[in-house]
Every structure is written in C-alpha cells, then in structure tokens.
Design a protein around this ligand. Structure first.
Ligand code: DGL
Length: 283
C-alpha cells in the first residue's frame, strides 16, 4: 500500500508559487497539497511589511484550520519579511524560499539577483549574499515585474522585459521572486547566461521536513481522513488531480481561495508549456 506523505499548504501572493507547487508535487506524489494564492492582494513586493505579515498570517491560519503537516511560503517576499517571526506562532513547520545565491556563487563572479523591492531591502537576502564573498551580487528590486506576471493572464511572452530588467553584464542571474520563474526562459535569453532558482531546494527541504515529522511512521495528518476537510472539499477546493493514497486519503493538488480557478488554469498551463524549465539551473 502506498504510504501517504502528508498534507502541505502552499502559499504565495498569487501565481508565482505555482512553480514551487509543481516542483513539490513532482517530488512528493503521495502528498496532498492545498494551494492558496492571495491574488486579490498581489503583488506584495512593495507593500509595507506590517501588511505583508498580516496577510501571510491570515493564510497560515487558514492552513492551520486544515490541519496541515507543513506549510510552504512559496514567496520570497513573505519569507524575507516574516517567515522567522511567523514560525514562532504556528505549530507546523514553515518552509520558506531561499534565493539560489549559493549555486550562483559557485559558478559566477558577478551575478544579478532579481527580486521584489521588499526582498531587495531585506537583511535576510543581504546576509545570505554576504556568505559568498567570492561572487559580487548586484541586487535589483523590480517594482512592477511581479504585477506584470500576475496580470498578464498567462500571456507571459507579452511582457516587455526591457521595461523591467536592468542593463549590465552578469555571468548568472538569480530569480529571487517566484513570479519571475514564468519568465525564466526569456530572462535566460535576455542576458545570455544561466538562471538560478530556489524551487528544487525548497521541495527538497519540504521532503526532509515531512520525513522528519513523520519519523518514518504514519503519523501525518492523513490518518484523520479527508472527511475532516469536507468544508474545503465542498466549497473551497478546486481539485486538479485526485487519487487515493495509502490510508484511503485523497492526494493531489487542491486549490483554495477566491482565485482558485484562475490558479488552477495557470497551473495546468505550465504543464502544457513544453519549453518551460529548459534553461535554468536548479540548485
Ligand atoms: N512571488 C512572490 C515572491 O517570490 C511575491 C511577488 C509579489 O507579490 O510582489 O517574492
């Protein structure tokens, strides 16, 4: 019998976290994922910290009511602004995003980090970059790029990168915002250098956290059964794939929130895009 590997809440301000969800769902096919995008309030990147904290806290509260085993903040901005603080408030582990500065530093002398203004201003990012003095990091906060990705209705090719990306010579680019991953191929072509993102690392971290939490036994929340979440099942969830894993629980990906259908469509679109994922480097 296939063993159920836990229930995970994945959160982002909007569609960016779908790219992280894809990676996590591929690595953990026997888990159940709830995806919550706060698309109504996106983008977060230039909002005041206090507001970001309040919105992320609300999302984690919602996950808490679903008795998740772990949450993923599939948002660099949320991670940079409030992950450490919110970890203290919730009983489940919270896995955050870490820009792929380390692999970039191993391969580059001068790398560009593209991220939101709040991430660019964060101590967290600068402390991380400071651990790799062998590479010079040029950090650039893009004021409107996440909004362009969020609002383009899936027509990512229509975004004019020249309006958003800084000029310069770099030998690598780090994507420090999950929304930008939809533009990875194009950013790679724009600069003609490798592009690094932290999605695979986040998925691996989630896998380790779930393994640690279960302690090798079937103690994850699936033992309570899907019926515990019937409110979500009936009203809030929009499931994309659903199968019965070990313990008779439903595994797959379920979308929550007012933008659930929009996010589901964008998620499916990613699988239809054959070129997606060719050019980047995942740590
Ligand atoms: N996708 C998020 C990030 O990784 C947030 C983008 C935004 O809402 O500004 O930073």
């Amino acid at each position: 019998m296939e063993e159920f590997t836990g229930t995970v809440g994945v959160f982002d301000s909007g569609i960016g976290g779908l790219t992280v969800l894809k990676e996590c769902a591929a690595l953990l096919p026997r888990s159940r994922f709830y995806y919550l995008g706060d698309n109504d309030n996106a983008p977060y990147g230039s909002k005041p910290k206090e507001e970001i904290r309040r919105l992320v806290r609300a999302a984690l509260n919602r996950f808490s009511a679903l008795r998740i085993d772990a949450a993923v903040l599939a948002c660099n901005t949320a991670t940079a602004v409030c992950a450490d603080e919110l970890r203290k408030e919730f009983s489940f582990p919270v896995v955050g995003m870490e820009p792929a500065v380390r692999p970039a530093a191993q391969n580059c002398k001068r790398a560009l980090v593209l991220c939101t203004p709040q991430t660019a201003a964060s101590e967290r990012l600068h402390a991380l970059a400071g651990r790799f003095p062998q590479c010079e990091f040029a950090v650039h906060g893009c004021p409107d790029l996440a909004r362009a990705v969020e609002r383009c209705g899936g027509s990512y090719e229509k975004i004019n990168l020249n309006e958003h990306l800084p000029a310069g010579n770099f030998d690598g680019v780090v994507l420090g915002c999950t929304h930008y991953i939809f533009l990875k191929e194009r950013i790679c072509a724009h600069y003609g250098v490798p592009v690094y993102d932290g999605n695979a690392g986040t998925a691996r971290r989630l896998s380790a956290v779930l393994a640690e939490k279960s302690g090798g036994a079937t103690t994850l929340s699936g033992v309570y059964g899907f019926a515990d979440h019937c409110e979500e099942n009936a009203n809030l969830c929009s499931e994309i794939c659903r199968k019965t894993g070990g313990n008779g629980v439903k595994t797959g990906v379920f979308f929550l929130g007012s933008a659930k259908n929009y996010n589901k469509i964008r998620y499916k679109q990613m699988f239809a895009n054959k070129n997606e994922g060719n050019c980047h480097k995942n740590p």
